[in-house]
Design a protein around this ligand. Structure first.
Ligand SMILES: Cc1ncc(C[n+]2csc(CCOP(=O)(O)OP(=O)(O)O)c2C)c(N)n1
Ligand SMILES: [Mg+2]
Length: 367
């Protein structure tokens, strides 16, 4: 695997400057005209095997059922505070997870439960965090938007729109500095794509050729505002143009397309060529958060996407065409997933709340 030239990497020998020099010519390393994919041509010829498709199906179904159950627990008053569901967007977290290598990082906003499950976090710990229990992944003190699991490579869970983008660049900077071959997968929404700090981060990421894949989850809406109403350029994969960052639009409702595009972008970043933008075209079925009356779109619009583009149905149909499904196998996946989610919900409902003394722990880092 090709590596970034040694003179460009932020090495431990020169830690003070913390500013890796951009001495490599812009034309280097397969960089094409900005806004176009430099790796477009290399589409994988053969599809993934049966085991992989079944695994993707199972993982997407797990996220869907988990989120449906979280929505119910919220309705029962068992989850407090904010809760943003990922239903409809499952193919992105699952397809991109297939691209991750051990040690790679994922960082995202507040629509985060799907990413946590895809990263391998324990559904019981995630659900117990939602209900604010001591056994939750943040000891019941973080809730929906503030979970973190270094072992799983999951770096949050961030409530400030767009703030995870510079943080994701920081993770990539550390990878570069340590020369560890790891990639930071930094996710944000179409609304966040209009945040100023995103572009400061883009500039540094390309200038220092940081190993970061920016994944824009374009679900068409930022709260109640559509992309058309808020953005002068609605093709968000082009947002790196003035920074020379290549980008590609991807069908974010097709898990296989996500994984293929993700693999190319990750390889690009991992081999020292710098950042890559993937715009995933997707849709969220539920409101922005649990308290959204969703008056900005029609029921027909949502139903049409569910009927024609649903990522789970889409993969199931594909597998049926390939002869990869049999009734028994699908039933088994269905009941496994149901059980995992039922167990997680039961655990989250019955596990004890944190001791009030916990309010005073985990506030400052220990010296
Ligand atoms: C800096 C900042 N501004 C505004 C908000 C309020 N806010 C929360 S979510 C959101 C919309 C973001 O939409 P998008 O980036 O498309 O992500 P999605 O919710 O669709 O996943 C806004 C404006 C915030 N949390 N942080
Ligand atoms: Mg959005």
């Amino acid at each position: 695997m090709a590596r970034a030239p040694a003179n460009r990497a932020p090495t431990k020998a020169a830690p003070k400057s913390a500013t890796p020099k951009a001495s490599t010519p812009k034309a280097a390393a397969g960089k094409s005209a900005a806004g176009k994919s430099a790796v477009n041509g290399a589409v994988a010829a053969k599809g993934p095997d049966k085991a992989k498709l079944l695994d993707w199906y199972r993982n997407m179904l797990l996220i869907r059922r988990f989120e449906e159950r979280a929505g119910q627990l919220y309705g029962m008053g068992l989850i407090g505070g904010f809760c943003h569901l990922y239903i409809g967007q499952e193919a992105i977290a699952v397809g991109m997870q297939a691209v991750k290598k051990p040690g790679d990082q994922v960082i995202t906003g507040y629509r985060d439960h799907g990413h946590m499950l895809a990263a391998g976090m324990d559904p019981k710990e995630v659900m117990a965090e939602l209900t604010g229990r001591a056994a939750g992944s943040a000891h019941g003190k973080g809730g929906s938007m503030h979970m973190f699991d270094v072992a799983a490579g999951f770096f949050g869970g961030h409530g400030i729109v767009g703030a995870q983008v510079p943080l994701g660049c920081g993770l990539a900077f550390a990878n570069r500095y340590r020369d560890n071959g790891q990639v930071s997968f930094t996710y944000f929404g179409d609304g966040a794509a209009n945040q100023g700090q995103v572009y400061e981060a883009f500039n540094m990421a390309e200038l220092w050729k940081l190993p970061v894949v920016f994944v824009v989850e374009n679900n068409q809406y930022a709260m109640g505002t559509s992309v058309e109403r808020s953005s002068s350029e609605t093709h968000l994969y082009k947002r790196g143009v003035s920074f020379n960052i290549p980008g590609e639009e991807v069908d974010g409702m097709d898990v296989q397309a996500v994984a293929e595009a993700g693999a190319k972008a990750a390889e690009y970043a991992r081999t020292g060529k710098g950042p890559f933008i993937l715009e995933m075209k997707t849709y969220r079925y539920r409101g922005h958060s649990m308290s959204d009356p969703a008056k900005y779109r029609t029921r027909e619009e949502v139903d049409a996407v569910r009927k024609t583009r649903d990522p789970i149905d889409h993969l199931r149909e594909k597998m049926e065409q390939l002869g990869y499904t049999d009734e028994e196998a699908m039933k088994r996946i269905d009941s496994d997933v149901k059980k995992i989610v039922a167990d997680a919900a039961e655990f989250a409902r019955t596990a004890p709340e944190p001791d009030p003394a916990e309010l005073y722990t985990d506030i400052y880092a220990k010296a």
